[in-house]
Design a protein around this ligand. Structure first.
Ligand SMILES: [Zn+2]
Length: 69
């Protein structure tokens, strides 16, 4: 992958947030994020959402533990 464009970042941001990209691709994205504020916001938001979801899922499974549903 050469220099990624904004639409590349948008396409890969899920995998990037999950650390599922090849190191070289992750590096390209990271470099783009340094220069591109909109993409940085997008990726930050994606990471934040994933953390919230993960926490909600963990919390929910804790909460429903022992409850009949
Ligand atoms: Zn961008």
């Amino acid at each position: 992958m050469g220099r990624p464009a904004c639409h590349d970042v948008e396409r890969l941001r899920d995998a990037y947030a999950d650390n599922e990209l090849l190191a070289e691709n992750a590096l390209c994205i990271a470099e783009h994020l340094l220069l591109c504020e909109p993409c940085r916001g997008l990726v930050d938001e994606t990471i934040r959402l994933k953390m919230l979801v993960r926490r909600a899922v963990l919390g929910a499974s804790d909460h429903t533990m022992g409850e009949q549903r």
